[in-house]
Design a protein around this ligand. Structure first.
Ligand SMILES: C[S@@+](CC[C@H](N)C(=O)[O-])C[C@H]1O[C@@H](n2cnc3c(N)ncnc32)[C@H](O)[C@@H]1O
Length: 328
């Protein structure tokens, strides 16, 4: 199988694994993309993860940091969604909890600041599994918070662009990977989300969102340093909430990805923060330290918040509640 064909198969499988709600924290995952192939099953990059032996799956499942009963309960709650959306989100009993986490907290912020609408973006849409997942979260968050959320996706439509920049991890990502079926996707998202096709280097500067719906949440899944760098420009060119909840899919991965602090998505974030046109104390991306009371999971490290301290609403209190520490 050619490398491109493998990447395509990997992309399809990536969607399936993510939809099953087990992406990101799957220890056996490795290869071109999460869930794509397991280098650990037989030492080969070409062994699809789904061909993992039953015994290996059992070892994998029973030795995860999250107890098996919690994993099982999450699965059940996804099928039978009882309780509030918030409770299921905190329990990570929803598909792609990282999408829900960013969206929910952005909506809380937007609502508290008096907005009737906000925008959520996915950069890197590929087959569309992520965009549709974001739409499903949107439906639940809209109901829970009482705010309109516009969903917008950006992609070339033709897969990963060519690059010669070694910071793009050329040893992992063949150009053309993750090509989309534009017609099918457009039909699936009709009435639910907007899609902008083209290279982000051109589409982001030209993009104008709805004036009354500032950007509150962004899911970055572009794989490449250069593409993520170009996408980050939206934080300073478009109307945003004072804090924007961001998820970066490619912050960490498996051995074959060999991610570093100075390549890929981490380098794009680092460069954004070091840009001499801005003062890092006034505008920056920081890890989101927002998981108090929750058991640590891999995806927490992929959640960031963009802070724009000079935003006119930055200091507006989100709640009227006073904090008290009463001596009992
Ligand atoms: C890993 S896939 C996205 C997967 C998707 N988020 C999901 O969860 O199903 C990465 C996507 O980023 C897109 N992409 C990368 N660089 C881009 C650029 N410069 N402009 C537009 N799209 C780009 C590719 O076309 C590809 O579809």
């Amino acid at each position: 199988m050619s490398v491109v064909a493998r990447a395509r198969q990997s992309a399809r499988f990536c969607g399936a694994v993510k939809d099953a709600g087990i992406s990101h924290s799957f220890p056996g995952e490795a290869g071109l993309k999460k869930g794509g192939r397991s280098a650990e099953t037989n030492g080969s990059l070409s062994a699809p993860h789904k061909e993992m032996l039953l015994i290996d799956r059992l070892i994998d499942l029973s030795t995860r940091p999250v107890p098996l009963r919690a994993l099982a309960l999450r699965k059940i709650l996804q099928k039978v969604p009882i309780g509030s959306y918030w409770a299921r989100l905190r329990a990570a009993a929803v598909e792609r909890p990282w999408y829900g986490w960013c969206l929910y907290h952005a909506a809380v912020e937007a609502k508290a600041l008096g907005h009737r609408a906000m925008t959520a973006i996915e950069f890197g849409v590929a087959g569309g599994a992520g965009l549709l997942c974001l739409c499903r979260h949107r439906d639940q968050v809209e109901r829970a918070i009482g705010i309109e959320i516009l969903v917008h996706g950006f992609d070339t439509g033709t897969g990963l662009p060519n690059s010669e920049d070694p910071r793009d991890l050329l040893y992992v990502w063949p150009p053309g990977s993750f090509e989309m079926n534009i017609q099918t996707l457009k039909e699936r998202i009709r009435g639910k989300a907007e899609l902008t096709l083209g290279d982000i280097a051109q589409t982001v500067p030209a993009w104008r969102g709805r004036r009354d719906a500032p950007i509150g949440a962004i899911m970055f899944d572009l794989d490449l340093y250069t593409s993520t760098r170009d996408a980050l420009a939206i934080l300073t060119s478009a109307s945003t909430l004072p804090r924007v909840w961001c998820y970066f899919d490619d912050i960490s991965g498996y051995p074959v990805n060999a991610y570093s602090d100075f390549t890929g998505v981490r380098e794009a974030i680092r460069q954004f923060n070091l840009d001499p046109r801005r003062d890092i104390r006034q505008q920056h991306l920081s890890r989101a330290y927002t998981f108090g009371g929750m058991a640590p999971e891999n995806w927490h490290a992929s959640c960031y918040i963009y802070h724009r301290l000079q935003h006119p609403d930055y200091n507006r209190r989100l709640s009227k509640e006073r904090h008290q520490l009463i001596l009992s």
